[in-house]
Design a binder for this molecule. Sequence first.
Ligand SMILES: CC(C)(COP(=O)(O)OP(=O)(O)OC[C@H]1O[C@@H](n2cnc3c(N)ncnc32)[C@H](O)[C@@H]1OP(=O)(O)O)[C@@H](O)C(=O)NCCC(=O)NCCS
Length: 183
Amino acid sequence: MPIEITNARRLDQDSKLRPFDCGDSDLNDFFHKDSLNHSNELLTVTYLFESRRETIAFISLLNDKISQEKTCKGTLRAIAKGIPHPKRTYKSFPAVKIGRMGVNIKYQRKGMGTEILDAVKASFTTANKTGCRFVTVDAYNNPGTIGFYQKNGFNFLTEKDLKDDTRLMYFDLKRFVQDNSTD
Ligand SMILES: CC(C)(COP(=O)(O)OP(=O)(O)OC[C@H]1O[C@@H](n2cnc3c(N)ncnc32)[C@H](O)[C@@H]1OP(=O)(O)O)[C@@H](O)C(=O)NCCC(=O)NCCS
């Protein structure tokens, strides 16, 4: 059965975290030590995908925007192509950011990460309470993580971060709407 964000458990004060290891110590630390604080401070909303014994995956989301100053000209042109003419000149466009995401090492490369991204895309096009055009992420700059986001339709926002530890990537939710339209 496909994952739905509404079926995931939303982390709150009463949540007990189940064991989790995605193979990345920073992400593991965030999950175990900081995710609840971030939720309590209204900085992120974390969704947990669990079995009875362990956490299979988690994703932490926050509000974001794609702004002209942080985006290279070629990408801006590509983004503008999909936006009706008078609105192209907006200084920024609303987005949801994947702050953190990890899949338990035992469950990686089985399609779980892709299902979670699809659930985010569906949730922010059908159940969003405010306008949201893009999904953004500061993707770990390694071939596995970059390949994962590219395979899921994400593109780079800029070439300036080519050598950084993370790369800014984005997905246009309008594309998801069009791909899933029944017309
Ligand atoms: C990156 C991550 C979230 C992907 O989740 P996942 O459930 O393993 O991903 P999927 O099974 O949906 O992978 C889909 C595709 O992405 C690519 N991909 C995913 N992980 C990859 C890896 N480690 N190396 C190369 N390609 C990878 C592959 O093309 C894969 O398709 P395939 O298995 O048919 O070849 C997960 O591997 C993870 O938690 N990694 C450690 C933490 C991390 O990097 N988090 C992201 C921070 S921005």
